[in-house]
Write a protein of this length. Structure first.
Length: 155
């Protein structure tokens, strides 16, 4: 099987194909020099109910979702953030074991394209902005606990 694109989707597909006995060649021109994967700067998350059992190790534990509408309430479902390092480590192990071949050149005959949406200056993209905040209490020696994650509504 030939896979174009080694973001999280391509890496997971390659490992699932290997688990089913396929020989896999994965190509991505963005693979970092000296590595078998490109950078993954984005944050990835999924509803907890959508995580299959085989992918448990690739996600951090779930947490309850609290929203302010305008009062705080807890949603009846939970969310899980991808553990990118665990996924990258598992993929690197598959490459080191010779189960996946990684090439940087594009293959026109790829079986599956996981390279993502074409990037143009005309497309609109969603961006998020955040700040890292010290949760200590000023001069108080006892820091306040970090808040629980807050679900960012898409409205």
């Amino acid at each position: 099987m030939s896979i174009a694109g080694l973001g999280p989707a391509g890496a997971v597909l390659a490992m699932r194909a290997v688990a089913r006995g396929y020989r896999v060649t994965a190509c991505d021109p963005a693979v970092a020099e000296g590595d078998c994967l490109p950078l993954w700067p984005a944050t990835y998350g999924v509803l907890a109910a959508d995580v299959p059992p085989w992918a448990e190790s690739f996600f951090h534990p779930s947490f309850p979702l609290h929203v302010c509408t305008p009062t705080v309430r807890t949603l009846p479902f939970s969310y899980r953030m991808a553990n990118k390092q665990a996924l990258r480590d598992a993929f690197r192990e598959a490459v080191a074991a010779g189960l996946v071949e990684v090439v940087r050149d594009a293959r026109p005959d790829c079986d599956v394209d996981c390279s993502g949406a074409p990037r143009t200056d005309e497309a609109l993209w969603q961006f998020a902005y955040g700040e890292v905040v010290d949760f200590s209490c000023g001069g108080d020696a006892t820091p306040t606990p970090a808040p629980t994650p807050l679900f960012m509504d898409w409205r």
